[in-house]
Structure formats: C-alpha cells, structure tokens
Design a protein around this ligand. Structure first.
Ligand SMILES: NC(=O)c1ccc[n+]([C@@H]2O[C@H](COP(=O)([O-])OP(=O)(O)OC[C@H]3O[C@@H](n4cnc5c(N)ncnc54)[C@H](OP(=O)(O)O)[C@@H]3O)[C@@H](O)[C@H]2O)c1
Length: 272
C-alpha cells in the first residue's frame, strides 16, 4: 500500500471510513478490512464505534506498528480539560496505548485555537498520539493554524470527491506539504451511479466507484477513506488502486459539476 509521509508518520493512502457503523456490524467490517490488507482505520469519538474497532483490532493479530489509527475529538469537547478527557476515553475504548493521528473533528466558533493545539501538542509530546491534525478546516482557519500558531498538522480531512471542487484548499495544503484526507470519497455512494463514471469504468473494466476513488488517489498528497461495510466493496476499493485513468477520463471527470457538498452540519463555518 502506498503511503504519505507527514509529520513523522506514514499514512496509508487508502483507509477504511467507519461513520454510521456500530457494534458487531462495525467490528465485523473492520475485521474483514484488516484481513483484506487495510492498515488505516478512520474513526471518531462521535461515531460511537471505538469499542467495536478496538475489539476488531485486538482480534486481528495485525502488529500495532503496521496499523494506522485516526480518531477525532468532537467540537463540543475542545476546551483543554475536555480534550484530555475525550482522548483518554477514546484510547481506552480502542484498547490502544497510543493513536497515530488525533484530529479536531470540526472547528467550533467558541474554541480557543492556541489552547486547543497546546493541548494536542502535549498529547503528542507524551507519545499518546504520534501526530495531530484537523478536519473541516477552512482556508482561513488553516492559515491561522499553520502560519500563526505553527501547529505541526499532519493533514486536513475534508469532504472531497468527483462532485466537489476543493482546489483552493488543496493548493494551500500542497504549498505547505500537508496531505488532504478525502472523506466521502464516493460522494456517500452516489459516485457508483454516475453515468460519466460508469462509462469510464466500462473502458477499464472497473466500476464507477473505483473510478471515483482512483481519480482521488492519482492526485499528489491525497489519501481517501471510503466507508464500506461489505467485504466485496472493501476489496473493490483496494482493487481501485490498479485502475489506470487516462487524460480523456480526467477531462470528463473535470467537467462534472463540482458544487455538491453533502456534509454540512448547522455549526459548520462558511466555506468560501
Ligand atoms: N471528518 C469528518 O467530518 C467526516 C465527515 C464524514 C465522513 N468522514 C469519514 O469519511 C468516511 C467516508 O465517508 P462516508 O462514509 O460518508 O461516504 P463514502 O465513503 O463516500 O460512501 C460510503 C457509501 O459508499 C458505499 N460503497 C463503498 N464502497 C463501494 C463500492 N466499491 N461500490 C459501491 N458502493 C460503495 C458504501 O456502501 P456499504 O457501506 O453498504 O458497503 C456506503 O453506502 C466516513 O465513514 C468517516 O470515516 C469524516
């Protein structure tokens, strides 16, 4: 599996998303993914599935140093003491001594950004998380984080797929050598039904979902975390790495409308 080097960690470019999977179903999906060769699992305290993921990791027999685990602190817990409590709870549920990447899940209008990163940095310095990062940070927040606070963020995890333009944020991340981790890389499954992608897939003996995924993974500095509960989809997503898109395919994908954002909770900051 291809990796991205960032802030001292090696981030496998394809990971398993786990939002909306819980309990035994989540445990089974993560066990299946690990047995297929996935080594990057994405979770969050908000997903309420860290216990199931901890159980799956424990039973998998995958050596800890081969696994990349990301979890996130929810936006209601961004005061320093709350971050520490949330982190301890996540680690305990995951049955781990450390995580690989700890992210601010969503910015909050009331957060004290320097205090947030000071707290995250202490967790990193103690070796409890190997790296820290952010999710859903706008360009403006990224600039504050990188240029004023100088926090060593290992990624910005944002919605990114064939139907959504993220070129402005991506240009900034590229300039600072910060990976973009694409969430909803399949546009929450919608990519599988897109006629343009189906036609491209037909050319390459691939599915539309595989085309959508490979379009992301062909871009420098991009990782993707598709959620797939079924083993066949998990395998198909791994196999997407072998699809070879050509310039005509990329032109057709570039021409798709790119204004479709599917994740936008009420408290989200303005994106543009
Ligand atoms: N940081 C954030 O704020 C944030 C927000 C949203 C999501 N995320 C992360 O990103 C992950 C992915 O996003 P998402 O789950 O919302 O959407 P997604 O990965 O774009 O799409 C998931 C959907 O695609 C289907 N699917 C997966 N592989 C497929 C394939 N090969 N062919 C056809 N369909 C396929 C899945 O079906 P089955 O499950 O039935 O297999 C599921 O319905 C989340 O699970 C979470 O870890 C982070």
């Amino acid at each position: 599996m291809d990796h991205l080097q960032t802030q001292g960690i090696r981030l496998p470019r394809l990971g398993l998303g786990t939002f909306r999977m819980q309990g035994d179903a989540c445990r089974a999906a993560v066990e299946s993914a690990l047995s297929l060769g996935y080594r990057h699992i994405d979770t969050a305290e908000m997903y309420a599935n860290e216990e199931a993921i901890g159980a799956a990791i424990a039973s998998s027999g995958v050596p800890r140093d081969e696994l990349h685990l990301t979890t996130k602190v929810w936006n209601e817990n961004l005061a320093p003491a709350a971050i520490r409590r949330a982190f301890d709870a996540s680690l305990k549920k995951l049955r781990l001594d450390f995580v690989d990447l700890y992210l601010v899940h969503w910015p909050s209008p009331t957060m004290n950004l320097p205090a947030v990163f000071e707290t995250l940095m202490k967790l990193k310095e103690k070796g409890r998380t190997r790296a820290i990062g952010v999710a859903n940070f706008t360009l403006e927040l990224l600039k504050t984080t990188v240029e004023e606070i100088r926090a060593p963020i290992a990624c910005n995890q944002i919605e990114y797929h064939v139907m959504l333009d993220q070129s402005k944020v991506k240009r900034y991340l590229d300039a600072k050598s910060i990976p973009l981790v694409a969430y909803c890389p399949l546009a929450q499954g919608r990519a599988a039904d897109d006629e343009t992608l189906i036609a491209i897939g037909r050319k390459h003996n691939a599915s539309a979902a595989q085309v959508a995924l490979k379009w992301l993974l062909d871009q420098n500095g991009v990782a993707a975390i598709p959620k797939a509960s079924r083993a066949e989809s998990q395998k198909a997503n791994l196999d997407a790495l072998r699809v070879r898109l050509d310039d005509d395919d990329r032109k057709a994908i570039a021409a798709l409308p790119k204004s479709k954002r599917f994740v936008n909770p009420g408290f989200a900051p303005a994106w543009d």
